[in-house]
Design a protein around this ligand. Structure first.
Ligand SMILES: NC(=O)c1ccc[n+]([C@@H]2O[C@H](COP(=O)([O-])OP(=O)(O)OC[C@H]3O[C@@H](n4cnc5c(N)ncnc54)[C@H](O)[C@@H]3O)[C@@H](O)[C@H]2O)c1
Length: 346
């Protein structure tokens, strides 16, 4: 019998199907679950699996024979599925965004703590080598602490037609940033540290098919005093999704910028005492590395209690930033202090 971790994959849609290949590099997928049986069948066929197939999570959990679940459903299900899996004694790998709101995140954390199971949230962006390299550049021996930065992620989201599904309904996804902002906001925490205040305003609605404001400007101030802005919109024809998220960051001893293209990324960085910028080109976009690291670390966290690259902390604090931004919008752009729910903090 294999001693690999036995996963149940819950949510076999576009991401679950892709993620199954990374799970299989390290673990076994012994059960698949999706309300749409065609989706479980498609993953089983695509990956040549003999996994049991379910259309109901509780049926899968009560059948047993699992060590862990990978939650790859829409965000509105992350809390309930995680709590049910933890109560069944299973470790949980949950996709980002961790949940729609901070209270949902705490429910997940508390369920995993009370059942003594691990909970990781898949914030892979900070693990992709070009993005990890920018975090590394903030080492004092290179550029030093980041003091201010920006990302302008105006993108052409039309090809995805997200207005037709859960992504663009804030009651289901959480909101604009849960769809287009979550990755960069998590990465910003890796660069600038913990946040203390958030301001946000929206622009005029461009595309009425989105159920949330489709342009948003967010400013975050971190405990270090550093500031970062993220601006985003969804009907900007010049940039595709992957081309739209290049940060520019000033650090104590210099600065860096990332120029992302569809097939490669160019990173430039320079110290104040240098005459020319360094150029590092990444032809590998780094997805395989990041997802492989997540799954491998999750498995070793479970089996060896080895410290992982990610836990639930990144997931919860990122949701907190996003929820604070929405609250600021509702309050006319007022600054919202963190923690957002002091009464829920341990
Ligand atoms: N890490 C990344 O880079 C990344 C990229 C894309 C998506 N994601 C995340 O993955 C998750 C899924 O996104 P997606 O694009 O695959 O969405 P999707 O809509 O394509 O897939 C979701 C699947 O969940 C199924 N589902 C719905 N209700 C269910 C239930 N009660 N039980 C079991 N299955 C159910 C749906 O039938 C669908 O197949 C989201 O949380 C998203 O944020 C992460």
């Amino acid at each position: 019998m294999s001693d690999k971790l036995r996963f149940g994959l819950i949510g076999c849609g576009s991401f679950g199907k892709e993620f199954s290949s990374y799970l299989l590099e390290t673990a076994d997928i012994v059960a698949l679950c999706d309300v749409n049986p065609d989706s479980t069948a498609a993953v089983a066929a695509h990956r040549n699996l003999t996994a049991r197939e379910y259309t109901d999570t509780n049926a899968m959990l009560s059948a047993g024979g699992l060590d862990a679940v990978a939650v790859c459903t829409g965000n509105f299900l992350h809390r309930d599925i995680t709590v049910a899996a933890a109560d069944a004694g299973l470790h949980v790998y949950c996709e980002k965004a961790m949940a729609r709101t901070v209270p949902e995140c705490w429910d997940m954390v508390r369920a995993c703590e009370r059942n003594q199971v691990k909970l990781m949230v898949g914030h892979k962006r900070r693990l992709r080598p070009p993005w990890a390299r920018m975090i590394e550049l903030t080492d004092d021996a290179l550029l030093g602490a980041a003091v201010s930065g920006t990302v302008a992620q105006h993108t052409d989201n039309r090809p995805y037609e997200f207005w037709n599904c859960w992504w663009s309904d804030p009651a289901l996804s959480g909101g604009f940033l849960h769809m287009h902002g979550v990755h960069v906001l998590d990465w910003s925490r890796a660069v600038f540290g913990d946040a203390e205040k958030v301001w946000a305003v929206t622009g005029p609605q461009q595309d009425p098919r989105y159920k949330f404001p489709d342009s948003l400007h967010v400013t975050v101030r971190y405990k270090s005093g550093a500031v970062f802005t993220l601006t985003g919109s969804l009907s900007y024809p010049i940039h595709k999704f992957r081309e739209s998220q290049g940060p520019r960051v000033e650090c104590r001893h210099g600065g860096f910028k990332l120029e992302p293209f569809m097939d490669h990324l160019d990173l430039y960085w320079q110290r104040l005492d240098e005459d020319e910028a360094h150029h590092e080109r990444f032809d590998d976009l780094g997805f395989d590395h990041a997802f492989g690291l997540e799954v491998n670390d999750f498995a070793r966290w479970v089996s060896e209690d080895r410290e992982p690259c990610l836990t639930w902390v990144e997931g919860l604090r990122c949701v907190e930033l996003m929820e604070a931004a929405y609250r600021s919008v509702e309050n006319g752009g007022d600054g919202i202090a963190l923690p957002l729910y002091p009464e829920l903090e341990p």
